[in-house]
Ligand binder design. Structure first.
Ligand code: IMP
Ligand code: MG
Length: 180
């Protein structure tokens, strides 16, 4: 893997551990919605890989949709502002919705999404996040299905990016950048 400049990657969560945990989370969703249908909404682009793996392990009738939002600029800092870049294709009224995110960080993105999606009257709205960085929380948001709780480090891989790069890494890695 070619790295930009002096960027360094250190594995935080290995692919095998991710696979195992994704299966466990899917089992929990399967148990919680036994006999019902679940509608998974992936938050683009970071959640696309997590959602793809997760949905295949859920043993229920499922449907999927995507939303795209932007909360971060090009780098590591949140702008604090959330914008919808792509809305859902279809109504979620009366559906069991699981909102699928790559990482729950400050909570600004999910807080905003939960607010706008609740207005559309789903039957249930739950949050699945592969990663959770609770130490960074600004808004009070809790994941119903959390893969891993991690320390306050900037991570990439398994869907997560730094300036659109590294989404294809199979492990979740801590990215360190050279001092500016
Ligand atoms: P929040 O709104 O601060 O909770 O941030 C949510 C979004 O910020 C995530 O969906 C990610 O796209 C991005 N983000 C937060 N932390 C990281 C990280 O460590 N690596 C890569 N992206 C991150
Ligand atoms: Mg991102």
């Amino acid at each position: 893997m070619s790295l930009g400049g002096q960027e360094k990657l250190k594995i935080l969560i290995r692919r095998a551990a991710i696979q195992k945990r994704v299966r466990e989370v899917a089992k929990q969703i399967t148990r919680d919605f036994k006999g019902e249908r679940v509608h998974l909404i992936g938050v683009l682009k970071g959640a696309c890989i997590f959602l793809s793996d997760l949905v295949r392990e859920v043993s229920l009738e499922t449907s999927i949709d995507f939303m795209a939002v932007s909360s971060y600029g090009k780098g590591k800092q949140t702008s604090g502002q959330v914008r919808v870049l792509k809305d859902l294709d279809s109504s979620i009224e009366g559906l069991n919705v699981v909102l699928v995110e790559d990482i729950l960080d400050t909570g600004l993105t999910l807080n905003y999404l939960v607010r706008i999606l609740q207005q559309r009257k789903p039957r249930v709205l739950r949050i699945a996040a592969l990663l959770d960085k609770p130490s960074r929380r600004v808004k009070d948001v809790k994941g119903d299905y959390v893969g891993f709780t991690i320390p306050n480090e900037f991570v990439v891989g398994y869907g997560l990016d730094y300036a659109e790069r590294y989404r294809n890494l199979k492990d979740v890695c801590v990215l360190s950048l050279p001092p500016e």
